[in-house]
Design a protein around this ligand. Structure first.
Ligand code: PHE
Length: 434
């Protein structure tokens, strides 16, 4: 059944939706711990450079492909050349695979929010987390609950569901983030935290760090899987892509920085290693919260913030697949949402079990959860992004003006799109495999 092609009702709604997609666990969970691991400020400056001059290029290209085709990912690519249909599906598969581990973390967030709201704060999070995450029932139920929480919005439609969700959650997220960052700056470790973030130690500069920064930039901007293309397909005709892209990058980076400002002063106030890794927000931070004044409120606010970030990203993952399923399988929106959700729920189960009964079930030496993370972030994202650049640059004539406007900047970005940027992503891909 065909439904009328939806359109964002205003420019602000478009920006909030793309920011909602971009701002997610990548900003509040992954960015701080990766930055911690790769030396703080050096990582930050490399990342900023890459995002402003390299990743801007595929970002604009994806938005332009969406805007020009006004179609879902699969149809947009088959419109360029029917042979590219399979590539469109590869993008959709990428986003579905990402959701199969992302939603597991979403389930953990629900659990932590519940702990803080009900004031059942465990004494020792480093003991609590592995016991909780290795469970077979509760984490599965929570993953499904999180999935449903995301799915209700695309189920209701682009304007009535997705747009409303972002219009409400994103401003609240910004408010909570600013409040928490200000609170953090009053803590004794604030100075040290800020120094760690902004004072570069150039001895930490190396190629792994650059590759990681680039992977993080793709992940955080939701590039390379059709998510941004799908949201771009609902944009109004008069939206300027280059300008909107820099606005998006500006917001996304601000959220990542504020997350760092919120987290590192706490980390340094307690003398915890900033390199704690993925468990930073599930073990070290909650442990510190419980020793600070207003522990309960602090923890609850922090996890609501992360929940909003994760839900608005989850929505955009689902919508990418749903839009393609509606068009290509002739399904209604509601049916597509239900089928997709059941599929994701099933594939997420081995992801959940990667922390418990399946932790010894290894694929190429990785648990199912880590394997999904690895093939998407290290292989599929750079691969898809390189292909998107090449397809847009060489096969779509009008892309230059649509994506980058006119003038010298446009010439430079167009040249980068056709040559250097895809090359960079291919290098990243090969390096990731080695
Ligand atoms: N950009 C999101 C984040 O940083 C992740 C995401 C990936 C969202 C793919 C949509 C699609 O958390």
């Amino acid at each position: 059944m065909e439904e009328k092609r939806a359109e964002w009702s205003s420019h602000i709604s478009f920006i909030l939706a793309t920011v909602g997609s971009a701002v997610g666990l990548g900003n509040v969970w992954r960015f701080p711990y990766i930055m911690g691991k790769y030396g703080g400020a050096v990582f930050l400056f490399t990342y900023l450079f890459l995002i402003a001059f390299i990743c801007i290029v595929p970002l604009c290209a994806e938005l332009a492909l969406g805007k020009m085709s006004r179609k879902d990912t699969v149809s947009a690519f088959s419109l360029i050349n029917p042979k590219l249909k399979g590539f469109g599906w590869l993008c959709v598969i990428t986003v579905v695979l990402i959701s199969c581990f992302y939603f597991v973390v979403g389930g953990w967030i629900l659990q932590y929010l519940w702990l803080f709201i009900t004031n059942n704060i465990p004494e020792n999070f480093s003991q609590y987390f592995p016991v909780f995450a290795s469970g077979t029932v509760v984490p599965v139920i929570l993953t499904i609950l999180f999935l449903i929480l995301c799915a209700v919005f695309p189920f209701r439609g682009v304007n009535k569901g997705i747009e409303k969700a972002n219009n409400i959650m994103m401003p609240l997220l910004a408010l909570m983030l600013v409040l928490l960052a200000i609170y953090s700056l009053t803590l004794p470790g604030a100075k040290e935290g800020l120094e760690f973030m902004f004072k570069p130690d150039f001895s930490k500069f190396d190629s792994t760090m650059v590759l990681t920064a680039l992977g993080q930039a793709l992940f955080t901007l939701s590039i390379g899987m059709g998510a941004i293309l799908t949201y771009g397909s609902y944009m109004k005709k008069d939206t300027k892509i280059l300008k909107s892209s820099y606005t998006l990058i500006g917001f996304d980076t601000t959220v990542s920085l504020l997350s760092g400002i919120m987290i590192f002063p706490i980390v340094f106030s307690f003398g915890v290693e900033p390199t704690a890794g993925p468990t930073l927000i599930f073990i070290s931070l909650p442990e510190m919260f419980s020793q600070l004044p207003f522990a309960q409120a602090l923890g609850a606010l922090f996890f609501i913030l992360i929940l909003f970030a994760a839900v608005t990203s989850g929505i955009s993952m689902l919508e990418t697949a749903i839009a393609s399923m509606i068009e290509n399988f002739n399904l209604t929106r509601k049916k597509a949402t239900v089928i997709l959700s059941v599929f994701i729920a099933l594939v997420s189960i081995p992801s959940v079990f990667s922390f418990g009964i399946m932790k010894d079930f290894l694929i190429f030496g990785k648990t199912f959860f880590d394997f999904l993370d690895f093939i998407t972030s290290n292989i599929l994202l750079p691969l898809n992004t390189a292909i998107i650049c090449l397809v847009a640059g060489w096969l779509v004539k009008s892309i230059k003006k649509e994506a980058f406007g006119e003038g010298i900047i446009s010439n430079i970005f167009y040249f980068l799109l056709k040559t250097i940027v895809p090359l960079i992503f291919i290098i990243v891909l090969v390096a990731g495999l080695i």
